[in-house]
Design a protein. Structure first.
Length: 229
């Protein structure tokens, strides 16, 4: 895994240079990309999103937003509506970061709470919520929304595929047979129940989605969509 991660990190550096040239934004997104790679791979391997990455990353995002804002625009609109004037650029940058962090973390926390109420078990940990606070601070409200949208969509597609693959491969079949002998149900039903409880790391998909959003928001089709709106 080590050389693959190193190679992917190098590709990320090249992509940032090709997209942003040599500008302050280049170094901001390189730093953000490294954070996403660390979190995505850590969650994939040990199902953990360390506070030692999330909170320093969040603090760095707030600090960087004063000089290299996300250009989300939400704080600008709110400033015009509430204060009827354009606020200073550093204030707008920090406000966009805080709005994005609040939106991203609360949206994911709400989804986790609903899942726990409906399914009666935990669907995600607070590490994902803290990660989205950091991602929202870097990307703003719109970026946080698209990160959650793309990340959960990717997670759902991959999750269903993995569960089906494990079921068809007769994963944990001996365990299902022991359960069937004890009268817990049929072997096929037990195999499906076991496979369906397999948990995928949401943080991994959120990390890849956040990187996609960084580059998608610079693409021509995204600019065309914003112009159409």
């Amino acid at each position: 895994m080590y050389p693959i991660i190193e190679f992917a990190t190098g590709l990320l550096f090249v992509a940032c240079y090709r997209t942003f040239d040599i500008t302050p934004a280049t170094f901001k997104w390189i730093f953000f990309g490294c954070l996403m790679i660390v979190l995505a791979i850590t969650d994939l391997r040990v199902r953990m999103l360390p506070d030692a990455v999330n909170w320093p990353g969040f603090g760095a995002a707030i600090g960087l937003s004063m000089f290299i804002p996300s250009d989300d625009g939400t704080a600008f609109l709110l400033g015009e509506r509430i204060f009827h004037r354009v606020l200073p650029a550093p204030v707008l940058g920090v406000a966009d970061a805080l709005i994005g962090a609040t939106f991203g973390s609360l949206l994911l926390l709400g989804a986790a709470t609903m899942y726990r109420v409906v399914r009666g078990r935990e669907g995600m940990g607070l590490g994902d919520v803290k990660m989205m606070a950091m991602v929202g601070a870097f990307l703003g409200l719109r970026g946080a929304f698209f990160t959650i949208l793309i990340g959960t969509l990717l997670g759902s597609l991959v999750g269903v595929s993995v569960v089906l693959a494990m079921y068809l491969a007769r994963w944990k079949e001996k365990l299902a047979e022991r359960g069937a002998r004890r009268g817990l149900g049929g072997i096929k039903e037990l195999r499906w129940a076991i496979a369906a409880r397999y948990q995928l790391p949401l943080g991994t998909f959120l990390g890849f989605a956040a990187l996609m959003v960084v580059f998608i928001m610079q693409s021509s089709w995204f600019e065309l969509l914003q112009h159409w709106r």
